[in-house]
Design a protein around this ligand. Structure first.
Ligand SMILES: *Cc1c(COP(=O)(O)O)cnc(C)c1O
Length: 362
């Protein structure tokens, strides 16, 4: 049996007829940027997240960069960020002329260890940017309490957490502002690049709306030095038609995760924690294996695709040579051992069983 890690063709197949209809509708409308398709999606996604505002942008990296730019922190201010996040979270901070300060994750959840945040705060710290990694929300009560104590802003990288819950609130509505990506492989994915920012902050929303469009609030009048970072009508229309299925797809992901958690039974394979199973949206199902290469090769030979999120930690990347001597042992261990196994809403019961049996026989 062949179980690819992810087939975007298969995940989009159920929407294909509707997508083609939508494409034709947008083509015929004669309006392709900053139009009614975008407004419609922004309203729907704000309602979904429970926030006052949703502002569409070109991608997830821009979403985070623009939130930070709109915050107007002094140049070289420090932003606390998890050391084991996807590089885009950290690039957004650098792009906004700010300094990322890396904090280790918790060993079991892979989420930023809030108990280490206070030690990383200095006079230059302005914000904490957390990542709801793999689809699980961070410890937001504790993180927001620390921020309040020190007068810091909190932002979320929610690119892997569309629909994830934390105490009855959704990811994207747990801080001062959140960045989403709708990259095709995300839980809510477009047919190309797309992103959005959610916030309840009036001033931040006003600046973000201008920043995504060259810094303009009125045509040909520029109050800020902005970007060209807009979510186009075609992508917005596709996202609007896929959004109503997001909860259902997340529920399917959860059921698959539940089976993996109950049925994978192998001392060599460390499973993710199950205490937040119903709040997670299981963007990725990440296990830890000491001999990762052996495990991946074994699965590949059995026809099961895997991936690694992520193989090299940000502080070991050439892009950040200034961090080459940093020692972040938990982050490094995680990057050496994590493996993502197939989990997406199109997996069939027999494929799930095959993955489970194959792993149990490793
Ligand atoms: C995908 C992703 C991003 C970047 O989103 P793009 O739309 O590809 O720019 C940022 N952070 C995390 C955690 C992601 O998974």
């Amino acid at each position: 049996m062949q179980v690819p890690f992810l087939s975007l063709k298969t995940t989009n197949q159920v929407f294909e007829t509707q997508i083609v209809e939508k494409l034709s509708e947008v083509v015929q409308s004669g309006w392709y940027i900053l139009g009614e398709q975008l407004t419609k999606f922004e309203e729907a996604f704000a309602t979904y997240c429970g926030t006052k505002y949703c502002i569409g942008v070109a991608n997830g990296l821009d979403a985070l960069t623009i939130i930070l730019k709109a915050s107007e922190f002094p140049d070289k201010s420090e932003i606390i960020v998890p050391a084991n996040t996807y590089i885009a979270t950290i690039l957004a901070i650098s792009n906004a002329n700010l300094i990322p300060v890396l904090v280790e994750p918790k060993h079991d959840t892979y989420l930023i260890d809030y108990q280490l945040i206070e030690k990383a705060i200095t006079a230059k710290t302005k914000a904490i940017l957390v990542t709801h990694l793999y689809g699980k929300c961070c410890d937001m009560d504790e993180i927001n309490a620390i921020a309040q104590k020190y007068g810091l802003k909190v932002f979320e990288d929610a690119a892997q957490a569309h629909g994830a819950m934390y105490k009855n609130k959704k990811a994207g509505n747990l801080s001062d502002g959140a960045g989403f990506s709708f990259y095709p492989s995300k839980n809510l994915g477009a047919m190309g690049d797309a992103g959005a920012i959610t916030t309840n902050d009036d001033l931040l929303a006003k600046r973000i709306k201008a920043l995504r469009n060259y810094g303009s609030e009125k045509k040909y009048v520029f109050d800020y030095q902005g970007y060209n970072s807009r979510l186009d009508e075609i992508q917005a229309s596709i996202l609007s038609l896929k959004l109503p299925s997001l909860n259902e797809e997340n529920a399917v992901r959860r059921k698959i995760a539940q089976r993996y958690l109950l049925e994978i039974d192998n001392d060599k394979v460390l499973l993710p924690p199950r205490n937040t199973i119903n709040d997670d949206v299981w963007h990725l199902f990440v296990v830890r294996v000491k001999n990762r290469e052996l495990f991946r090769n074994y699965l590949a030979e059995a026809g099961i695709g895997t991936d690694i999120h992520y193989p090299i930690p940000p502080h070991k990347q050439l892009a950040y040579q200034e961090w080459q001597n940093l020692s972040l042992p938990i982050t490094e261990e995680i990057h050496q051992q994590v493996v993502s196994i197939p989990l997406n809403p199109t997996l069939k019961e027999k494929e799930i069983s095959y993955v489970i049996n194959t792993i149990n026989n490793f």
